[in-house]
Design a binder for this molecule. Structure first.
Ligand SMILES: Cc1cc2nc3c(=O)[nH]c(=O)nc-3n(C[C@H](O)[C@H](O)[C@H](O)COP(=O)(O)OP(=O)(O)OC[C@H]3O[C@@H](n4cnc5c(N)ncnc54)[C@H](O)[C@@H]3O)c2cc1C
Length: 440
């Protein structure tokens, strides 16, 4: 494996690396492509630690397009027999009066885009979710925390859960079936930068030589250099650790995100898992509480809930993350002082609950606009900046990486369903996307 050079090396076997490698191999079958990943299998990084939800309810038109097209691909794949663990539960955003006003134009825009949505007023919401406390300001503790009453609900129907390991495995298996190679347990120490016309002297590349990224230095027992004409960097939260030593801006900042699993042990919690009013599965939709971004994911099959919160302030950025994601553990005190307090006010079933499991991962924020990017720079194509929603756009981003490989950033990628998308919109040289406001 190591003696040979490749046409393309993809760093990262998360959903973005696997989807990219899949489309690269599919559309360039004669090219020799290798994926390298430091872990022992696919989706062992942040893809496998995610909340595994998908939605097309975004404020930015570009995110609407990227997610809608990817979701259609996932739904069609599942209907044609692949088991991606899709459960179309819907997303129910519970909005305060203030948020209703703030988000009105985004909601109108989603409706105008034809996104399947439904609005609930407070009364209907109350009937559909009988235990939901919409009037929390009456509670002393809720007023102390400044929690807002729930004034309305906004439901996204084409949203739900997906198994990100199954999805990533699908892309990786298809990639291997077409002749692509994967090297697991292989750490990329650095990207190689070399001149296009090397003189074979020490100190190259010199500033006057035309040069670019020419592969990767990997560590698998011993260090070796692997040459590649193109290096695709899909290293997620670790993007900066490979690009910054070369003086290339990775445009992401990583941040810890925590999830807490609660077993539905009481009768009230078991009852909450089921609900006839929102989806064909008759389950509780994914709930997002007002202002705080606290959320509840119901998984009736395993009798559990996953809980979390949009904890933006006071959570430091991690510029060069550790290889070991266990270094970013979830804090019980975070649950007790934040998630639990908020949730207990809106859904009393969660009072006196304790997590049976908790874990954390890293979001890769593009702090410029919360939108993903694909950019090409001197022999490398970088995909990332997915800001907490890369799984639900993975298919579209994989297709865009392939289009940029074939025709550069000015290319038009054909997204699933046939829609043409100008890749430069999510590049940096000619970037033209709006700031995404609906980030959880
Ligand atoms: C708690 C949490 C909840 C989330 N919830 C959702 C959600 O509900 N829906 C959604 O769409 N998204 C969600 N996300 C975001 C989602 O996980 C990411 O958008 C997605 O996983 C990005 O995929 P990726 O392939 O870029 O990253 P990763 O899965 O992290 O893959 C990057 C890969 O690169 C490899 N790598 C990095 N550096 C090196 C190196 N030097 N050498 C070798 N290999 C290397 C890593 O081993 C890793 O496997 C969530 C994230 C977190 C942390």
């Amino acid at each position: 494996l190591y003696q040979k050079d490749y046409d393309i090396i993809v760093v990262g076997a998360g959903v973005l690396g696997a989807a990219s490698a899949h489309y690269l191999k599919k559309n360039n079958p004669s090219k020799e492509i290798l994926i390298v990943d430091m872990y022992s299998g696919v989706a062992q990084g942040n893809t496998g630690r995610s909340n595994a939800m998908f939605r097309n309810t975004f404020s930015s038109l570009d995110n609407q397009i990227l997610s809608e097209s990817a979701i259609n691909f996932y739904l069609d794949l599942e209907s044609s027999g692949s088991n991606l663990g899709i459960r179309k539960t819907g997303y129910l955003w519970l909005l305060s009066e203030k948020e209703q006003r703030k988000f009105e134009r985004h909601i109108e825009r989603m409706i105008a885009s034809g996104i399947e949505t439904k609005k609930y007023d407070r009364q209907i919401l109350q009937l559909s979710l009988p235990t939901l406390q919409t009037n929390v300001k009456n509670s002393e503790e809720a007023s102390l925390m400044g929690l807002e009453d729930i004034d309305a609900g906004f439901f996204g129907a084409k949203c739900g859960q997906i198994d990100p390991v199954a999805l990533t495995s699908y892309y990786a298996k298809e990639f291997e079936r077409m002749g692509g190679k994967i090297a697991f347990n292989t750490f990329v120490e650095s990207l190689l930068a070399s001149p296009y016309d090397p003189l074979e002297v020490d100190g190259e590349p010199f500033v006057w030589q035309e040069s670019g990224i020419s592969g990767v230095r990997v560590m698998r027992g011993i260090s070796r250099d692997l040459g590649a004409k193109t290096t695709v960097l899909a290293a997620g939260a670790w993007t900066n650790t490979l690009l910054e030593p070369l003086g290339i801006d990775g445009h992401i900042k990583a941040k810890k995100r925590q999830l807490f699993k609660i077993q539905a042990s009481s009768e009230q919690l078991k009852k909450l898992l089921k609900n006839d009013n929102f989806n064909a599965l008759k389950t509780l939709p994914f709930l997002i509480l007002p202002e705080t971004g606290c959320f509840v994911k119901a998984i009736p099959e395993s009798n559990e809930f996953w809980l979390g919160c949009d904890d933006d302030l006071n959570q430091p950025f991690v510029n060069a993350p550790s290889r070991n994601l266990e270094d970013y553990s979830a804090d019980l005190s975070y649950f007790e002082n934040n998630v639990y307090r908020i949730l207990g006010e809106y859904l009393p079933e969660f009072r006196e609950t304790k997590p049976s499991k908790m874990w954390a991962g890293l979001y890769s924020y593009n702090t410029l606009d919360n939108m993903p990017f694909v950019f090409a720079d001197r022999g490398a194509i970088v995909v990332g900046g997915d800001s907490g929603s890369g799984i639900m756009k993975g298919d579209s981003l994989g297709r865009i990486v392939d289009a940029v490989y074939r025709d550069g950033e000015d290319a038009e990628a054909e997204l699933y369903g046939g829609l043409k998308y100008r890749c430069s919109k999510i590049g940096f040289a000619q970037r033209s996307v709006e700031h995404e406001e609906w980030v959880i």
